[in-house]
Design a protein around this ligand. Structure first.
Ligand code: AMP
Length: 283
């Protein structure tokens, strides 16, 4: 069934108010639209927890840098609605930029050191934008549970920290990355890849798996693992590494040795498309 699409905060509040009055907890899946199976998996995970599932579709301008692809980001609301309906969503909130950021909006969420690394270093202000919009959406929707994807590992970690630090009463769940059969992580940005770039892109995940295999075989020196990773990623035709790091899974800080749970996180431009992916090393 096609879920209704509402565009104003007042409409969402009315809909979720009715659910809450009926003592029905709400699950929430925030997205920027251009939805794919990775998002569908989040909606299905949400539906497995609560009967009422709200999906937001909002391309958030405050998380894009001045030279990034905000204007070009794909907008496919009709297809998004069909996908959400198939996955069991109850309601879609698709606000305008003016609805979310009326004139004279000043306040934002300061992320702290977790936002200094990886994508945060490459995209200054990105996580401030992400956390601010997610907190606003939490306050609008009032969910008990919110679902995020492991593909955006740093984002999930930062939002988990935000709800803890700011006592936001939302249970943040992180769902596994959904991949194409050849290993490429599903992403709304994959549709920007040319056929040659698309053919090259699965090598990113192969490189991550190769690093994990080295770590499982006993390599604990992060610099050597990163060296091998850089070599593999540099060999991908048309690819340019933005970052490729072995970091502490909790603090996101670089580590010299793998003596705590670690994550290998990469951002790679394939042509002009920036793809991110990550793999957790054995705990
Ligand atoms: P997006 O709209 O793509 O920025 O992301 C919305 C949510 O979907 C975020 O929590 C992402 O981590 C999640 N997501 C995006 N791609 C995937 C994927 N391939 N597998 C699982 N979750 C994903």
């Amino acid at each position: 069934m096609l879920p209704p699409v509402v565009t104003t905060i007042a409409e969402v509040r009315a809909a979720v108010g009715a659910a809450r009055a009926a003592r029905q907890p709400i699950s929430f899946v925030p997205t920027m639209g251009a939805l794919h199976e990775g998002h569908a998996a989040l909606v299905r995970a949400a539906k497995a927890r609560t009967a009422v599932v709200v999906v937001s579709v909002f391309v958030n301008p405050t998380q894009f840098g001045p030279k990034e692809d905000f204007a070009k980001y794909p907008r496919t609301l009709d297809a998004d609605r069909a996908l959400c309906g198939d996955a069991g969503a109850s309601l879609i909130f698709a606000p305008s930029v003016a609805e979310m950021y009326p004139e004279n909006s000043f306040t934002s969420v300061e992320v702290g050191t977790l936002g200094d690394h990886l994508c945060g270093a490459a995209r200054p202000g990105h996580f401030r934008g992400v956390c601010t919009v997610v907190l606003k959406l939490f306050n609008i929707v009032g969910p008990a549970v919110a679902h995020f994807g492991a593909k955006d590992f740093q984002q999930a970690r930062i939002i988990g920290q935000m709800v803890r630090d700011l006592n936001v009463p939302v249970d943040v769940r992180v769902e596994p990355t959904v991949r194409e059969p050849d290993g490429l992580a599903l992403s709304s940005r994959n549709r920007s890849l040319s056929s040659t770039e698309r053919a090259a892109a699965p090598a990113i995940y192969r490189a991550l798996r190769a690093v994990r295999a080295r770590a499982l075989a006993g390599e604990v020196d992060a610099a050597r693992l990163e060296g091998a990773l850089h070599a593999e990623l540099s060999a991908i035709p048309g690819a340019r590494i933005d970052y490729a790091r072995v970091v502490d899974a909790e603090t996101l800080q670089p580590r010299a040795r793998l003596d705590r749970p670690a994550v290998v996180a990469v951002a790679v431009f394939v042509g002009t498309t920036r793809l991110i992916d990550n793999i957790r090393l054995a705990d």
